[in-house]
Write a protein that binds this ligand. Structure first.
Ligand code: C2E
Ligand code: MG
Ligand code: MG
Ligand code: MG
Length: 289
């Protein structure tokens, strides 16, 4: 009986794997056509300066409206795009679209674009960035590239060269999701980041008494200030979290409390009101996730 059970379980797992692989293959096929069929758009989330409580920029976040499955999260399809070689094309579309749309916003409002480690490893990236800036006409200082610690995984001289080339163009660089990867302090020493984005997993629960996240955030802020870098706290949802993040001295705040990602037309409306931000997302509890 034990043997039969064992085989049954084995078969069950194989079936699961097969379904997983089929879904994955289907997703990959659909992803190949998504760009040509206009199924992507960008949503922009406000980044607010803590001191002035003003919107200083937006992070561009890709959205995929699948014809039958509906909205699919970038957390699901970006890794697939990275593995099947589509991230280069999709990433270039994001870069161009974000710059083009930001060109319609008031001068001085920045746009941040997520750049995959695979794009970062491509020597063509500086040309792609230069081209996106030129066709949109936005100043390089208005564009911020968000990269994760993943770019340091295969450390080569070429990553140093890439940082130099991008800084030479004049764009800003942000280290995204700080604290979730290896968080080696060596990265901060050698790479010319303008900003550290503190991952939302640290903001989560930070306002609860006795939680150690607040101490970690404080340490990151102190380190960043010493290195002349800005800090953005990601995923601020609650009033208590906002108060704490202000106390801890993060220079910028991004989270549902100031606004969820929205289309460029909505951004134009927000900025039409002068870009004054107010905490709208006051809630008694966090959204389910
Ligand atoms: P990320 O770059 O760290 O982006 C922040 C994520 O946190 C976004 O999720 C945003 O909607 C979410 N977020 C912001 N504030 C809050 C909050 O208060 N509460 C909660 N629960 N979430 C909040 P999103 O849009 O689903 O994107 C997930 C990830 O997918 C991004 O994380 C980024 O790594 C990747 N991604 C998104 N767009 C692109 C893109 O154009 N290119 C690349 N390479 N990656 C992208
Ligand atoms: Mg990001
Ligand atoms: Mg992040
Ligand atoms: Mg993230």
């Amino acid at each position: 009986a034990a043997k039969a059970d064992g085989r049954g379980i084995h078969r069950f797992y194989r079936a699961e794997l097969l379904v997983g692989a089929q879904n994955r293959k289907a997703l990959e096929d659909d992803l190949r056509h998504a760009l040509a069929q206009n199924q992507f758009h960008l949503a922009y989330q406000p980044v607010v300066s803590t001191r002035e409580e003003r919107i200083v920029g937006y992070e561009a976040l890709i959205r995929w409206e699948h014809p039958t499955r509906g909205a699919i999260s970038p957390a699901e399809f970006i890794p697939v795009a990275e593995e099947c070689g589509l991230i280069e094309t999709i990433g270039e579309w994001v870069m161009r679209t974000a710059c083009d749309e930001a060109a319609r916003w008031p001068e001085g409002v920045r746009v941040a674009v997520n750049v995959s480690p695979i794009q970062f490893a491509n020597p063509a990236l500086p040309a792609i960035v230069t081209n996106a800036l030129a066709r949109s006409g936005i100043a390089p200082q208005r564009l911020e590239l968000e990269i994760t610690e993943g770019v340091f995984l295969d450390e080569t001289a070429s990553s140093d060269q890439m940082f130099k080339s991008l800084k030479a163009i004049g764009v800003r660089l942000a280290l995204d999701d700080f604290g979730t990867g290896y968080s080696s302090l060596g990265y901060l020493k050698k790479a010319p980041f303008d900003k550290i984005k503190i991952d939302q997993s640290f903001v989560r629960g930070a306002a609860i008494a006795g939680n150690r996240n607040a101490a970690i955030i404080k340490a990151i802020v102190t380190l960043a200030e010493t290195l002349g870098m800005e800090t953005t706290a990601e995923g601020v949802e609650l009033k208590d979290e906002l108060a704490l993040i202000r106390d801890l001295g993060c220079s910028h705040i991004q989270g549902y409390i100031y606004g969820k990602p929205a289309r460029s037309e909505e951004v134009e409306k927000q900025l039409g009101n002068g870009g004054k931000a107010s905490p709208v997302g006051y809630k008694v509890s966090r959204s389910p996730r």
